[in-house]
Design a binder for this molecule. Structure first.
Ligand code: SME
Length: 162
């Protein structure tokens, strides 16, 4: 019985985290500051331990150009051709990429030796990819279905601010 109660509390907490975060991000976006993208990145970085590096790439012609980012180090990959790497693949297909173990994906362009898994979520306007959220994690298998669902909602909200 005690066991069951503990599980419910943990589940409730988990659900609230993503839900609460979504609500708070809506608030950040509604403030319409010129720094919406950086503010959202800061919020994600400060509130989710498994998000070790976060950046937004913006599509410019056939390239992805790194915009605001947050993490312990800068990346050398500030420009990625659409179709190359995990980022370029997500931009080409318009589909979220979840890579549980970056070392087993031939497309992976390495930025940090600490990275073990990655998620790339396209930001779309009228069905075209205009930007994307790229998150690296220092943990393997870091990104769950909840992360994917949550970040796809955030990508949707950010679409008007690119
Ligand atoms: N790993 C990405 C490149 C961007 S860095 O993670 C910041 C890729 O394979 O496209």
């Amino acid at each position: 019985m005690i066991h069951k109660q503990v599980c419910l509390i943990i589940e409730g907490d988990f659900f609230l985290n993503y839900h609460e975060a979504e609500r708070k991000i809506k608030d950040i976006i509604s403030q319409k500051n010129s720094s919406v993208l950086s503010d959202v990145i800061d919020f994600l970085f400060d509130n989710f331990d498994h998000y070790s590096w976060i950046g937004i790439y913006v599509v410019r012609g056939n390239d992805l150009i790194l915009g605001p980012w947050r993490g312990p180090q800068a990346t050398d990959h500030t420009k990625i051709t659409v179709g190359k790497g995990i980022c370029g693949s997500a931009a080409a297909t318009g589909k979220t990429e979840v890579i549980d173990d970056v070392s087993s994906d031939d497309r992976y362009l390495s930025c940090f030796i600490s990275t073990k898994s990655e998620i790339v979520v396209p930001i779309k306007k009228r069905n075209s990819v205009i930007a994307e959220i790229d998150i690296d994690s220092d943990k393997k298998n870091a990104f769950t279905k909840d992360d994917k669902k949550f970040l796809e909602k955030i990508a949707d909200m950010l679409s008007k601010h690119i």
